[in-house]
Design a protein around this ligand. Structure first.
Ligand code: FEO
Length: 400
């Protein structure tokens, strides 16, 4: 897409990655993504972030369209060193020879570790520091762990723009550039998926950073993340409110049953547990690991009050797709959840003990598991149904 002027002299020069389906190697991005970056024309022409390296030629093209042949880029601001944003940095330094490269204290360390540079004009800008571009100022706010230790926000008070890098993003490749131009429900769902799979473990940092921003009383007219749609006007307080809601992780009256199965016994148990939950008024979704990616499951789990994990015993353990799911989920540190386990077995029967250990390790409130030898019976289906009822009761107690 061609560059878009978002305020007088401030241009979006990002890349729309229409075909990206695997985001960062661990999360699905079914709607593609964008790598947003920006060019500010002032006395000092400033590039805010770059894009993924594979789009280097398009970045040069976008810069040329905005700058023309005669102007150079004076400053780079690098808010985050992850390669989707800094992937073109070495190539851009070589081509544009900036006078200064501004980054956070941790950004300088990450820049060295990524690029092993020798003579780049790097200047560290900790929280509270600012630079003048001429008519404009840029102020810097470290946002450690949002998403990496080096992450930084850049605020322009004259234009009232917050360049927020990974924060407030979504994975959505669109021809539109603004959140107020696209379908709202899809936007919210993609924001939730992005938060659940990328930002979730850093929720305490989100709350701390948003509180610090509120204390700074920044007058923000636009939030420009590096992924997806940008936000302006009423969408600014809206998206900040959404992030507070996401970070607080208040559970909803929903449950997810995630399972894998060999000969369908555990799958049938999942159905019986779901009936108990549904009959008690809980909205429930059953997700097979053979048919759902772990990031799709995580998006559903994100605001559910309860998660039921199902696996038969396999070689004294659990099935590998469930081990994948549990490893992924534990790393994302979901809070305020109830957990329970189901599983069938033939002889040794470790499945529910192993699943229960994961549930406890994730700090979930435990509801007793149900284990079935080989194939469920009328009685064991009834146990699963009652387990669903017990989980529903725990949800209702939690939600008050
Ligand atoms: Fe979009 Fe942490 O990179």
């Amino acid at each position: 897409m061609r560059p878009v002027q978002i305020k007088e002299g401030v241009h979006w020069i990002g890349i729309v990655d229409w075909n990206r389906r695997n985001f960062h190697g661990y999360s699905k991005s079914p709607m593609g993504t964008t790598y947003n970056n920006f060019l500010i024309l002032d006395d000092k022409v400033t590039l805010v972030d770059t894009v993924a390296e594979e789009f280097w030629s398009m970045l040069q093209c976008n810069v040329a369209q905005v700058l023309g042949p005669d102007r150079k880029i004076d400053y780079f601001v690098i808010n985050h060193l992850e390669p989707d944003h800094a992937g073109c940095l070495a190539l851009a330094v070589e081509k544009y020879r900036p006078e200064k490269i501004y980054t956070s204290p941790m950004g300088q360390k990450a820049m060295m570790a990524h690029f092993h540079y020798k003579d780049w004009p790097v200047e560290v800008v900790p929280t509270g520091s600012s630079i003048s571009l001429g008519k404009r100022t840029l102020q810097f706010i470290e946002a450690r762990m949002l998403h990496w230790p080096d992450s930084m926000l850049t605020y322009c008070p004259e234009d009232r723009i917050l360049f927020s890098n990974d924060a407030f993003g979504q994975n959505w490749a669109t021809s539109e550039r603004w959140a107020d131009e696209v379908d709202r429900h899809t936007l919210e769902e993609l924001m939730k998926a992005y938060y659940a799979n990328i930002v979730l473990p850093y929720s305490p940092v989100v709350l701390k950073t948003l509180a610090a921003l509120a204390d700074m009383k920044l007058d923000i007219d636009m939030i420009c993340p590096d992924h997806g749609l940008m936000l302006r006007g009423d969408d600014v307080p809206w998206v900040i409110g959404k992030y507070i809601e996401f970070a607080e992780q208040k559970p909803k009256n929903r449950a997810v049953i995630v399972y894998d199965t060999m000969w369908h016994s555990t799958e049938k148990m999942a159905g019986a547990v779901a009936s108990g939950l549904a009959d008690a008024g809980v909205s429930v979704r059953i997700m097979s690991m053979k048919d759902n990616h772990h990031s799709e499951v995580m998006t559903e789990v994100f605001d559910a009050a309860a998660v039921v994990f199902g696996s038969p015993t396999h070689n004294n353990g659990i099935l590998p797709l469930m081990a994948d799911m549990l490893t992924y989920m534990k790393g994302l540190r979901p809070q305020n959840k109830i957990g329970s386990a189901i599983g069938s077995f033939g002889w040794s029967g470790e499945c529910t003990k192993i699943l229960t250990q994961w549930i406890e390790d994730m700090g979930m409130e435990l509801v007793d598991p149900v284990k079935v030898k080989h194939v469920p019976t009328h009685d064991t289906y009834a146990q699963c149904y009652e387990q669903g009822k017990a989980i529903a009761a725990a949800i209702q107690a939690k939600l008050g």
